[in-house]
Design a protein around this ligand. Structure first.
Ligand code: HEM
Length: 179
């Protein structure tokens, strides 16, 4: 259940792999829409984007709370340049996972188009645009989302380097059984 200095516990693993799957859904939908255009399948897939993104915001808040509750007992980072790079990269990913959906939600409220969460209307359509709420996401939502994807790709690549080149137990902390 709880994390230990040797491995991450069940809750951290569920949050990590659950969010990984949901992010895969989110990014795959956007990439396929760019390739295939607006087909009926893409309308369904991309139609879930706002609600799924809002779920991700809830999960990252839970994850930050859980990280706080487990502070001091998690596996430590190496005090090497690569260890520091991993720590900074992870902090930036946490920050982007907060900022990317938050800006988009602010726009959903301020753009006047209304916002429905899995079909339940949460914000009514007003047709009135509030610039300070909508502009930041217009400027940054997609750019920061692609930066997040680039960091995730680097994170996955480094996990593979640990597993197959250096053959250490770093990946096993998040997937393996107790040593
Ligand atoms: C962690 C959560 C999220 C991720 C990773 C994400 C990712 C993305 C990506 C990759 C794009 C495509 C940008 C492009 O076409 O270049 C996009 C577009 C969009 N997203 Fe999100 N998104 C998230 C959350 C949300 C939320 C919560 C909302 C609304 C409540 C939202 C609303 C939109 C809208 C309206 C667009 C199209 C306009 C634009 O490009 O800014 N997204 N998102």
């Amino acid at each position: 259940m709880w994390d230990t200095p040797e491995r991450y516990g069940l809750v951290t693993r569920l949050l990590h792999w659950g969010m990984a799957l949901i992010l895969l859904w989110q990014f795959t939908g956007m990439i396929l829409r760019m390739i295939l255009g607006r087909t009926p399948l893409m309308a369904f897939w991309v139609g879930s984007h706002q609600s799924v993104g809002t779920v991700l915001l809830g999960l990252i808040l839970l994850r930050l709370g859980w990280a706080w509750a487990n502070r001091g007992r998690r596996p430590a980072h190496d005090r090497t340049p690569i260890g520091w790079a991993a720590l900074i990269g992870q902090r930036v990913m946490y920050a982007l996972l907060l900022i990317v959906p938050s800006l988009a939600l602010l726009r959903a409220v301020g753009a006047g188009r209304g916002f429905a969460f899995f079909g339940h209307q949460v914000v009514e359509r007003t047709g009135q645009r509030i610039g300070w709420m909508a502009d930041p996401a217009d400027l940054l939502h997609s750019k920061l989302a692609w930066l997040l994807l680039a960091l995730i790709a680097g994170h996955v690549a480094m996990a593979m380097v640990h597993r197959f080149a250096w053959r250490d137990r770093v990946l096993a902390r998040m997937v393996g059984r107790a040593a």
